[in-house]
Design a protein around this ligand. Structure first.
Ligand code: SF4
Length: 103
């Protein structure tokens, strides 16, 4: 009976060790940057002209910037979004801010 318990404890310890090893190893591996839901939602409505008029190298960089900090959308604006009332309204809903297109 004691032998069985010892074997079970040894296997449990090995399983615990392997589990910890997997967690530590996976946390050290470089992670593929996944787009957040907010960025994905913004990219669905953004013009995708990649013109740089907003001050960012492309639409994706702009989407990431405004998703991370919605205040950015109040000063760095996409002129194409500002001229489209429907898209501007959708963007405001996603970001949770009111964007004044005239400022
Ligand atoms: S101004 Fe608009 S269309 Fe041009 S890169 Fe910026 S987000 Fe894209």
């Amino acid at each position: 009976m004691t032998n069985r318990l010892t074997i079970i404890l040894i296997f449990a310890a090995i399983a615990l060790f392997l589990g910890i090893l997997i967690v530590v190893t996976s946390s050290l591996l470089p992670k593929k940057k996944e787009k957040s839901k907010k960025v994905q939602d913004i990219l669905k409505i953004i013009p995708n002209k990649n013109c740089g008029a907003c001050g960012y190298t492309n639409c994706e960089k702009y989407a990431e910037a405004i998703a991370e900090n919605p205040e950015v959308a109040l000063k760095d604006k996409c002129p194409f979004m500002m001229s489209d009332k429907e898209k501007l309204s959708e963007l405001e809903k996603i970001l949770g801010v009111k964007i004044n297109k005239n400022k």
